[in-house]
Design a protein around this ligand. Structure first.
Ligand code: ZN
Length: 560
């Protein structure tokens, strides 16, 4: 065995330089442990894309060597890619480990994908220990804004790794135990080689808000509101959902739960005991009219302005039952997707047009309030006392901010490792190196039922269609003579208004006929592929010279 074999490889496939899509591989002597399989939401420059999932090309042909998958918690940026990737890594013996709530959410979601291989997930909780090949993993409770969140202490032949999961320190959590600092300090005494710590809150000063404080802020809105309260939040923000249900009960309100993912999650959590509500608190939307407005809360999805979500449908008067009326209040979370702010702003304005009060409440956000900030991150580093430090989970600026925090907390700069997705980190007790060659980590996009079939080219087409539209030229050609029959037909969408562009169309038709006649006049075999390329190129140039726009030009030649 050479010395190379004694390195532990840490390979982030997603989650670095971005918020979401978290997935990390740990590899020792070819044996692979996977941590999390999350997705992220697309940006506004990705029309039609539903999600982006990690690129797992690296695992191709290595399925046999995958020892297992461990999940830290039930947020979609940690579990959301399971249905899209599972078939590519699945073997009958593949083991999955998750806390009861995380497990419940994953399995419930798998029911929407009935043709997938069955996955068996072993439940783990605070203190559980498992052994997978060279890895011994100990799970421990971490506070966050979803219950049942687990950090990982991974013993490897090379050294011990401490993975924080998403976390914050909370002395007054909601229906959860406060942070166990003693336990964290004990881990710190066990010679941690590498600390991998959540960076999402690294650019925020001070300490994150306790869930108790967030609840108090929410309660102010409940105290003030005389009409119905529409609380729009993320379906996986279980703590917030619980707080809204509890406050509704305290203020004598019934709760209507609307939106598929919201209903599903509330159902799983109630079955597993992670959401508690009194009998009769939750009612159907159509029954809400039986109660005065002051006794109704609507818990719904759509705070990010998602087109098909409940809040948007109510705002557009498209919901079958619910309509806004004067006196109602809407609690709206801010968006987490950079560039989505305009959509949220438009939604907010549209809601206000109904004469409804809007509370734009940042702490309803999945990424605000749930993550350790500067003070907590420092404290974590001081308790764990690692040799090497690797900031994870966050935009590049967050990773850099976290690296600065580590430096201030006493980690020597040379031991701080900032990685990007696809980097391959070789780690041993003495040092580390990053391989020159990266593994593939580019976006794999999910559009409807297609996974990864929408690539850069399709996306570029969509962007072009969105920007300058489409221009189709249909020409009928005599097979014998190569002469164009009649006048080419032009169909255009999103480019110019045809009726007002008669001259442009006439010139385009003439040019098309010229191109075809030129190519077919020499006699001999006619190369229609070449002719179509010619039409595409020349007409594109022509249209650009006349309009400064670049529609997608699609030539269609029909031989008769
Ligand atoms: Zn999370």
């Amino acid at each position: 065995m050479g010395t190379m074999k004694q390195n532990l490889k840490v390979i982030p496939l997603g989650g670095l330089g971005e918020v979401g899509r978290n997935m990390t591989l740990f590899e020792y002597q070819g044996k692979i442990l996977i941590c999390d399989m999350g997705f992220r939401m697309p940006g506004e420059d990705m029309p039609g894309i539903d999600f982006i999932v990690p690129n797992i090309n690296y695992l191709k042909g290595k399925q046999k060597n995958i020892l297992g998958v461990v999940f830290t918690h039930g947020h979609y940026d940690h579990i959301g890619a399971v249905p899209y990737l599972i078939e590519k890594i699945w073997t009958p013996n593949l083991e999955f480990y998750a806390s009861p709530l995380t497990r419940g959410i994953i399995l419930k979601r798998q029911k929407d994908f009935p043709n997938q291989p069955p996955i068996k997930i072993t439940e783990v909780k605070d203190g559980s220990k498992i052994k997978l090949g060279p890895f011994r993993i100990e799970f421990f409770r971490q506070n966050h804004n979803i219950p049942d969140n687990l950090g990982l202490f991974i013993e490897t032949p090379v050294g011990n790794i401490f993975h924080t999961s998403d976390f914050k320190f909370d002395l007054h959590p909601v229906y959860d135990k406060p942070t166990n600092f003693q336990k964290l300090k004990d881990f710190g005494k066990r010679n941690v080689l590498l600390l991998m710590s959540d960076s999402t809150g690294a650019e925020e000063e001070n300490h994150s808000l306790s869930e108790k404080t967030i609840e108090k802020n929410l309660e102010e809105i409940f105290k003030r509101s005389k009409g119905r309260i529409f609380a729009a939040t993320f379906a996986s923000l279980i703590n917030r959902i619980q707080q809204i249900i509890s406050l509704s009960e305290k203020y004598g309100r019934k709760v209507v739960v609307e939106g598929y993912s919201m209903k599903t999650n509330v159902e799983i959590c109630r079955v597993l005991g992670y959401i508690k509500s009194k009998r009769g608190t939750i009612i159907k939307a159509k029954d809400s009219e039986k109660y005065p407005d002051s006794r109704i809360t609507v818990l719904c999805t759509g705070a990010q302005g998602e087109g098909s979500a409940v809040l948007m449908r109510i705002t557009q008067r498209e919901h079958p039952v619910l309509r806004f009326r004067k006196g109602d209040s809407v609690i709206l979370s801010s968006s987490v997707i950079p560039g989505n702010e305009r959509t949220v702003q438009a939604l907010k304005d549209d809601i206000l047009r109904h004469g409804v009060r809007v509370y734009h409440y940042k702490m309803m956000d999945i990424h605000a309030g749930g993550h350790a900030q500067e003070e907590e991150l420092k404290e974590m580093i001081k308790m764990i006392r690692p040799k090497f430090f690797l900031p994870i989970h966050g935009q590049y600026s967050m990773l850099v901010a976290h690296a600065d925090i580590a430096k201030e907390s006493g980690i020597p700069e040379k031991n701080i490792i900032i990685l990007e997705n696809g980097d391959l980190l070789n780690l041993n007790p003495k040092g580390f190196s990053i391989e020159r060659e990266r593994v593939s980590s580019n976006y794999v996009m999910v559009d409807g039922l297609g996974i990864g079939d929408v690539g850069e080219i399709v996306l570029r087409d969509r962007q072009m269609l969105a920007e300058d539209g489409m221009f189709v030229i249909v020409t009928v050609v005599d097979k014998q003579t190569g002469k164009v029959k009649g006048s080419p037909d032009i169909i255009s969408r999103g480019f110019v208004y045809l009726r007002e562009s008669k001259e442009l169309l006439r010139d385009t038709r003439r040019k098309t006929i010229d191109i075809i006649h030129k190519a077919t006049s020499s006699g001999g075999a006619v190369n229609w592929t070449y002719i179509k390329d010619e039409i595409r190129q020349k007409i594109s140039q022509f249209l650009f010279s006349k309009t400064q726009r670049r529609p997608i030009v699609l030539p269609v030649v029909i031989e008769v």
